[in-house]
Design a protein around this ligand. Sequence first.
Ligand SMILES: [Zn+2]
Length: 422
Amino acid sequence: MFRSMLLASIALAAATPALAETQAIIVGNLISDAATGPTGPAVILVENGRIKEIAKGTTNPFQADSVVDLSTKTLVPGFIDLHVHLTGDPGGDFRDEAVDPDEWGVVMGVKNAALTVKAGFTTVREAGSAQNTAFVLRRGTAEGKIVGPRIVAAGPALSIVGGHGDVTGFRKDVLAALETGYTCTGPVECAEKVRKASRLGADVIKITATGGVLSQQGRGLEAHFTDAEMKSIADTAHSLGLKVMAHAHGARGIEAAAAAGIDTIDHGTFADEAALKVMKAKGTVLVPTLMALEGVRARIGKGIYTPTVEVKARQALEAAGRQVTRAKAMGVTVAFGTDAGVFEHGSNGSEFALLVKAGLTPAEALASATTVAAKTLGMENEIGRIAVGYSADLVAVSENPLTNITTLEKPSWVMVRGRIVP
Ligand SMILES: [Zn+2]
């Protein structure tokens, strides 16, 4: 135990470059917590990547090594996106999958990590990628080698054979070459795949609980795993201290995933009253990813998608946004996620206005991407608020977002882990 703690602290020290110098950030209006709203001018002292002190008022009481003047801006906590795919861009031919090496995903990821953090997203949950791509990006942003958000990474998604997270649409020998190694059949094999993902370095287990819109699998959008398989996945992950995020569209698939103990339902497109009732009872969080369908809306009917995908896309578009309205009415927690990669990275902030349009108040929308998302990750003592001891993840915007939510789409200044984003 001691040895592993020692190793962990050495790793942490190596991962944190010298940021010993202090920074004082003068802000015109501080929103330290979405629930409390703006509290007027303040000065934030940052040291070693963390918030050391906060002083109210316009005068700077700190002897800092450098001063950042944001006295005309509103400062909010860095945003958290619980569903992104950094290693890919939207559009493209599905057959690219058989051509591009995994390493190409790292190149895309470096580009997209920078776009994401510049948009104010200082933490993302990477919702599925090739074997190691998201893990090396996670290390790259943590060590400051590349510009990007803190990354909580799933790695490869668990799927049924021929499911949304598997590869379909190719000839048999090509499928064999593209095998992810993370399909499973039956509770025992599914438990084994959770442990393999954990061994590889997953921070969270991603499963594709139902069919998905943009894969070539032609078995619709309903449940894929059996109840026993999903329960095995949830129990095994929880025994390892990991949460499970489930891609899910169909109502019965959502209900079954929530009943099995899955922690978040991502997309949740066709969530009906019965499904939301189980989510409410089990404390399952909805991550609606409304921007994903905007990405689909922009591309449908243009010959970009195959006929298999077009059918599923039309079904999903018909239901867009309703799950948020229903979830709020039934008291189900809604946390922020976008599915960036299905639409252009860096536009993640447009989800805020969509959430408000679907019925959240601006304060609830901001909370969904800060305090609520932090709690969903189990990181509520680290991120999601501007408070002493928290990571210095800060975003400056031009207006009060509680009166104009779209100001969150264009941050004027971002800091992640005490580093100013260039
Ligand atoms: Zn996704």
